[in-house]
Write a protein that binds this ligand. Structure first.
Ligand code: IMP
Ligand code: MG
Length: 177
């Protein structure tokens, strides 16, 4: 079945919720005007949904747009090249942008997204990543805000999938072998 019994829990729903609130308070304090949250689909949609509501509670005014970037396919290894499979609908020129993504691993996805938005004339591009696998970095890029630093194990839940499964789990965990 597709339930969570085969998953070892790393971060509970409560733990994630507390961390999202803390991140939102820090981010809200950094912006003096409305900013554009660019959600990198698909993996970050659950995180982004919680984060924008936490940002609202923290007093921030946001707009939201979506971009789909692909580098993985069905495998658990990065394919290397990042491709844009669905573009934004908003013009980002002159906007303060907060990129929201699920996992920073090689850094290729974040570097690609950041360069794309900066190239289109965004006034500023900051990034908020739910998870950071620092030891697997291939490209020198860091996020401005990180939820949790983790080891190299493949993780699922809270929007993250393994071959399209487990996105609906309320917690983040590691599939048992
Ligand atoms: P990067 O381009 O190597 O930094 O890869 C980042 C992207 O790979 C993330 O946005 C995820 O979509 C995907 N990814 C990396 N590690 C995992 C994982 O453990 N579980 C699910 N997706 C992952
Ligand atoms: Mg992704």
């Amino acid at each position: 079945m597709t339930g969570g019994s085969e998953i070892e829990v790393l971060f509970s729903a409560e733990c994630i919720a507390r961390r999202v609130d803390t991140l939102a308070q820090r981010i809200a304090a950094r912006y003096e005007r409305e900013f554009l949250v660019v959600v990198v689909l698909k993996g970050s949609f659950v995180f982004a949904a919680d984060l924008i509501r936490a940002l609202d509670r923290a007093g921030a005014a946001t707009r939201v747009d979506f971009i789909t970037l692909a580098s993985y396919g069905d495998a658990t290894q990065s394919a290397g090249a990042v491709t844009l499979t669905h573009d934004l609908t908003e013009d980002v020129a002159g906007c303060d942008v907060l990129l929201v993504d699920d996992i920073l691993e090689s850094g290729r996805t974040l570097a690609f997204a950041r360069d794309l938005l900066a190239g289109r004339g965004a006034a500023s591009v900051r990034s908020c990543l739910l998870l950071d696998k620092k030891t697997l970095r291939k490209v020198p890029v860091e996020a401005d805000y990180v939820g949790f630093e983790i080891g190299p194990a493949f993780v699922v839940g809270y929007g993250l999938d393994l071959a399209h499964r487990f996105r609906g789990l309320p917690y983040i965990g590691v599939p048992r072998a």
